[in-house]
Design a protein around this ligand. Sequence first.
Ligand code: ISL
Ligand code: CA
Length: 588
Amino acid sequence: MHNDRKWWKESVIYQLYPRSFQDSNGDGIGDLRGILQRMDYLEQLGIRAIWLNPIYKSPNDDMGYDISDYRDIMDEFGTMADFDELLAAAHARGIRIIMDLVVNHTSDEHAWFVEARKSKDNPYRDFYIWRKGKGKEPGDEPNNWASFFTPSAWTYDEATDEYYLHLFSQKQPDLNWENPRLREEVYRMMNWWMDKGIDGFRMDVINLIAKEEGLPDGASSGAGYVFCPEHFANQEKLHDHLQEMRRRCFDGRDAMCVGETPFSSPETGSRLMDPENRELDMIFQDALMEVDSGEGGKWNVIPFSLKEWKRRVRTWQQVAENTWGSLFWSNHDQPRPLSRFVDLDAAARAAIANLPEGAQGQDAAYAAAFETLRTRAAKMLGAAMHLMRGTSYIFQGEEIGMLNMPFASPEDLRDIESINFYNEECKKGGDAAEKAFQSILKKGRDNARTPMQWDDSAFAGFTMGSEPWEKVNPNYQSINVARQMEDPDSVLAFYRQLIRFKQTDEAAVYGAFRDLLPEDEDLFAYERALPEAPQDGFLVICNFSGAAKPVPETLREAVLARGGEMLFSNVKERDEDVLQPFELRVIR
Ligand code: ISL
Ligand code: CA
């Protein structure tokens, strides 16, 4: 087991999406001064670091992931002076700041690209990836690559009669990491931020920066574009770039780096995180998030299988044993876990099933049951994920159990990924559009981006203005911070305890992981313990099902083998032999 002590192993990190956290000036958009207003909240939560989604200058084609100036702040978010104040305020409270680093691509409005597209001999031309096509019509592109956000990954540029590559939107041209001058500029920029005192970077799609030599076509049986990560993810050159970046930007500093690395196998993950290789401290592996995606990708939603999820958990916990890893239920790209990995509606309906059809008070009974189960399941999910081995990331709103947004119409969507997908599907006719919208309701990124629910005043206390940029979830009157602050049994109160425990308990941070019930379809149970102090370990027992489940014999024995001190629980009355719907027990 690899167990070097590091601050980033002992810190729970709060992912803060600035656009939706707190608006301070009534324009309906969250901002840096809004975050400053909420510093007490963050301190009370007990987290030791914050990861800020991009706050740099940006035209917001992809909500800040299209940067037009790496050394300036987005107009809507405030000024560099506001940022300096925020950094100092966080540090004064013992909270570190991790910045997003988006260097696979820039905005097409970045000065480098504005220059690059002027002429083929412009000094910035080779900062990007340009190729000649067969013509300028669809199908004439330099290769058949599909992009994440658009059908083709290439856009034709009239001025120089060439195409530029963009794995994301047309306004996000990919940088050319083959060019040493570009790499130099990136390292200078990173060091500039580090010198300001930030504590590390979350590196956006960092494993896509190196593309396969020659940009070969994706394998396909006919015409059309092909999404082919095998040609642009985890290429051999990536490891050279990361090692160089590590030396140039992290040597001699106590900063951390976490890479977002979609399409990574456990082998690749181990290589990226192996401390000997000096590449990344940890990665965001996407295997656990993709568990409900079918053949066709994220929009092809398939039912959640706990057994399959646990198989992936074991794989990545095994990787974490000798390296490290990250633990997260969601982020700004994912729907809310309570609307995804448990079925609250079915459980609530079952809970009131004994009421006669159409009986008086049916709606109120359902609402009460739903609320009880939501709170219980939120605590269960929180412990299930964050007590495993790895650094915990809590996405804003998770700590109060926020839910997916019941968007009424496609017009309410704000995310380029969903909007482009919807528009493409509309072209197909029939029921394609309606099907697309149903998938978006389940998996769309806007679900994560609705405003933080602070209290039951207008717009959930997010803005004093007239309309937030993204609609507020209508459930804010019952699900909000103010209400949970006063309730010792709230999700929020539970998360505070969970965070404290995760950051201070030796076994919770450094212990090994062992799955106790790999085959069970409904229960997730594991042990964490340090080999040198097994008696200080603990058991985590979770019922993911909305029905009561008997405690299996093997678990009963494991419980008996421990003293039985209940560290965490989410029900008032317990039955030794039966787990209630979504029940949690953490036993020392
Ligand atoms: O959202 C996704 C899956 O649900 C992914 O396809 C996502 O687009 C991909 O993992 C990359 O995400 C990151 O880079 C994008 C940006 O839009 C995302 O917000 C960011 O997390 C481009 O910069
Ligand atoms: Ca604002």
